[in-house]
Design a protein around this ligand. Structure first.
Ligand code: 13P
Length: 270
């Protein structure tokens, strides 16, 4: 199965730090069965685009606006993102919902505009701690997914990737169990089946995000109902991100394996 690993750098990284990052990442960035996506801050997109093209990995953005052009100070057009070589865009991240008043309605409009521009939206959904404690996870997921999906036709819906990111797991070091994540992923598939078709329910790509590390990633990627991970903190270190991809099921291409420089001895062939 083709897996997807998305690095969400959030508001981190300078130009110089990014250069070092890609230099380091290039040593271990080729994976046979994984789509690797890096989402840098907006001003780094065009510089990052060159590195991503060289490494054969994909470029993502952390946000997008729903209009194509006009008097919207500070916003970024989906057409411009496309123009810069962006392929994926995070939409509705809980930090955007929490700090910038992003509602399900805004998320829906952004998703539609992103698809129209030829981008792949990665829609983030997930419950807060209080919602978890009051057993509202299922309701929250249903509300968030249906609000976005209702506005899409089946062809558009197939372009969407869903990232289940429980708000309480982001940056906290706490995670749900693999079993709990699997349950939510199955719920999302069922919702997609009710809204569209069994085929879309089966094919839709679902990622897990929230305190994913090289040590726990396999718990979330081992199951056939999940396709990979959306990674914050652990994606800021190139070597850590690379190990995370490998531990999450990414298979390094032969040409990219670190060369074994152990000297050969005659006895090795006995
Ligand atoms: P952390 O991996 O730092 O918990 O962040 C997750 C996240 O928000 C990715 O979008």
């Amino acid at each position: 199965m083709q897996r997807i690993f998305i690095a969400n750098w959030k508001m981190n990284m300078s130009v110089a730090e990014m250069e070092t990052y890609f230099q380091e990442f290039s040593k271990n960035s080729d994976f046979d069965n994984a789509e690797v996506v890096v989402c840098p801050p907006m001003p780094l997109l065009s510089l990052a685009a060159q590195h991503c093209a060289e490494l054969g990995i994909a470029l993502g953005a952390q946000n997008v606006f729903w209009e194509e052009a006009g008097a919207f100070t500070g916003e970024v057009s989906p057409l411009l993102l496309k123009d810069l070589g962006v392929q994926y865009v995070l939409i509705g991240h809980s930090e955007r919902r929490q700090y910038f008043g992003e509602t399900d309605q805004y998320v829906g409009r952004k998703v539609k505009a992103a698809i129209k521009a030829g981008l792949r939206p990665v829609v983030c959904v997930g419950e807060s701690l209080i919602e978890l404690r009051t057993n509202r996870t299922e309701d929250v997921i249903e509300e968030q997914i249906s609000a976005v999906m209702r506005g899409l036709d089946p062809i558009e819906a197939r372009r969407v990737i869903i990232a289940y990111e429980p708000v309480w797991a982001i940056g906290s070091g706490m995670t749900p169990t693999g079993e709990q994540v699997k349950e939510v992923a199955l719920q999302i598939r069922k919702l997609m089946g009710d809204l569209f078709s069994l085929k879309i329910a089966r094919d839709i790509k679902i990622l897990y995000g929230g305190s994913v590390s090289p040590d726990n990633v396999d718990e979330f990627t081992a199951s056939y109902v999940l396709h990979g991970a959306l990674v914050g903190n652990a994606s800021l270190d190139a070597n850590k991100f690379s190990s995370l991809i490998q531990n999450g099921g990414g298979i390094r291409t032969a040409s990219n394996q670190q060369e074994d420089t152990t000297p050969l001895h005659e006895g090795d062939f006995a």
